[in-house]
Every structure is written in C-alpha cells, then in structure tokens.
Design a protein around this ligand. Structure first.
Ligand code: AMP
Length: 278
C-alpha cells in the first residue's frame, strides 16, 4: 500500500491508472476506522482493480462549536487497517494542500442540505459536497462508496453527482452495527459504556417503528410514538425524528413508495444519527 499526501501526486497516479484502463474505487473517510468503514473498503476491493481510501478530517464541514479539534485521529491504527484490507493507495491530505488561503469555491446542494441534519448543522453538507467534489477530481474514481448510516449525506452526494455530471457510480453500503444494535461510528468512542447501552435503544425503537408502519399504522403516529420513546432514553435529547421519501428526502406522502425514518439524538451530549429503511 502506498501512502500519498499530495493532491497533485494522487491525481497523477489516477490519470496513469485510467490510461491503463484500471477501475478505481474511492472510499472517503475521516478516519478512526471501524467495521463500518471496513465494509466499504471490502466492497470497493471486490468491485475495482484499485481501491483508494482517503482519511481527512475536513474542517469546513464542522460548525464552530462542533468537535473538529477533538475528533479521534488514530492514524497508525488506521494505516494498519487499510493495509490489512487490501487498500492500494491511502490518501492523507493536509489542510494546507487542500485549502489555499484564497480558497473560495464551494459546492452547495440546495434543498437536500437544509433539512434534517442541515437544520442544526447549516454548513455541514456544503463542506461535505465541496470536499467530496475535490476528492472526485483528484482521484477520478469509477465508483465511490458511502455508508447508508449517513443517509442524508448519501442522498446529497447522489444529487451532486447527477447535477454536476460526475461520471461516477455512487454505491450505498448497509449500516454496520454493534452487537447491541448501536450503529458503528467514530464518535461512539466519546461514549461511556453506559451511554452506549442507552444509545442502543435508538435502533430498537427504529425497528419497532418500522414494524408498526409496515403493519399498516399511520406514519405520523408511528413517528410521534417513536419520538416519545427516544426522548425517554436516559441522558438523551432528540434533535429530530423524521419520516421521508427515501429517494427524494421529501416529507412522506401517501404515495411514497419507500420510506426512511431518520433520527439524530444526543446521548450523553454526543450527537448520534441513525435511520431505517421501511
Ligand atoms: P466517516 O469517517 O464517519 O466520515 O465515514 C466515512 C464513510 O463510512 C461514510 O460514507 C459513512 O457513511 C460510512 N460509515 C460510517 N459508519 C458506518 C457504519 N456503521 N456502517 C456503514 N457505513 C458507515
């Protein structure tokens, strides 16, 4: 596995690979890799000649009071994980090489970015869309892998790829969970053991909500009841619970064929997101 830090160098390598007709899979991450990330890496390795993983904690997607500084950065462990799982190139850019002092171009995916997580994180998806566009232009992947845990992010990226004519297939990968059901996340390292157990109720509540909805209960009552149960989790504060059309993320209609129930809940003051496709 080669470690590349320079954007121009990774772009040069990608162009050479393209000339040789090698397919490239990209897995963008912020590191502190866990089994969720590894599932994306494995999928890319199985579908492409070359897999590139990027690890970069992107400052422009964090709000001023968020955890940019505190975000875990166990880079040595991450390198070993990438090596073990068949990654060909690990891209580790720095702030200086990605954002010049005069940096001034942002990618904004309207509508989809302002709802759900965008309400409390107004600049988040602009930061995500911008860094992902930059990675796409540097790494020129054929396929890019995103986890369905960040369902809104996955939808935003798909919209961006369509709108900006990126010739890239966006592949959504299933949520990987702890045994107790808690969705794996780099931020889970902030939680105490007790908080992890409390947080595992989020998934249980979503599973029951899905059951009720699929057995014919009105979606609005389902959401209301699930919201009450979420607020009863010890030490928790519900940011939102929403039922949306899983293709468009528009509020559910009676005609919605596929529904996603998505939540953001703070447990022990750590903001966790999760969702379930019904
Ligand atoms: P992050 O490092 O948190 O930015 O995540 C990088 C990628 O891994 C994103 O596409 C996430 O959706 C995905 N990911 C994170 N956690 C999980 C998980 N538990 N299951 C599946 N994919 C995940």
């Amino acid at each position: 596995m080669k470690i590349i830090k320079n954007p121009l160098q990774i772009q040069k390598i990608s162009i050479e690979l393209m000339k040789k007709n090698k397919s490239i899979g990209l897995v963008p991450t912020m590191g502190a890799l866990h089994l969720g990330h590894i599932s994306l890496i494995k999928k890319s390795v199985s579908q492409n000649d070359i897999t590139v993983v990027s690890i970069y904690v992107n400052p422009i997607q964090f709000g001023p009071n968020e955890d940019y500084k505190r975000y875990p950065r166990p880079i040595k462990d991450d390198i070993e994980i990438c090596k073990k799982n068949g990654v060909d190139y690990l891209f580790l850019p720095t702030n200086e090489t990605l954002y010049d002092n005069d940096f001034s171009t942002y990618v904004t995916v309207d509508k989809l970015s302002n709802m759900m997580c965008g309400v409390t994180r107004p600049i988040h998806f602009r930061g995500v869309a911008t860094i992902v566009s930059k990675l796409f232009n540097m790494i020129l992947p054929d396929r890019a892998y995103f986890g369905l845990k960040d369902y809104q992010q996955y939808t935003v990226i798909k919209q961006m790829v369509k709108d900006l004519n990126f010739k890239i297939k966006v592949i959504g990968c299933p949520i990987v969970r702890e045994k107790n059901g808690l969705a794996m996340s780099s931020r889970n390292t902030y939680l105490s053991q007790e908080a992890k157990e409390n947080a595992s109720n989020i998934h249980k509540i979503l599973v029951n909500a899905k059951k009720s909805f699929n057995s014919g209960k009105n979606i609005f009552s389902v959401i209301k009841e699930a919201g009450i149960l979420l607020s009863k989790i010890e030490n928790s504060e519900v940011d939102y619970i929403e039922a949306r059309d899983s293709n468009t993320l528009q509020p559910v209609q009676t005609t919605s064929k596929k529904v996603v129930i998505a939540v953001a809940v703070k447990v022990q003051n750590i903001r966790l997101i999760d969702n379930i496709l019904c």
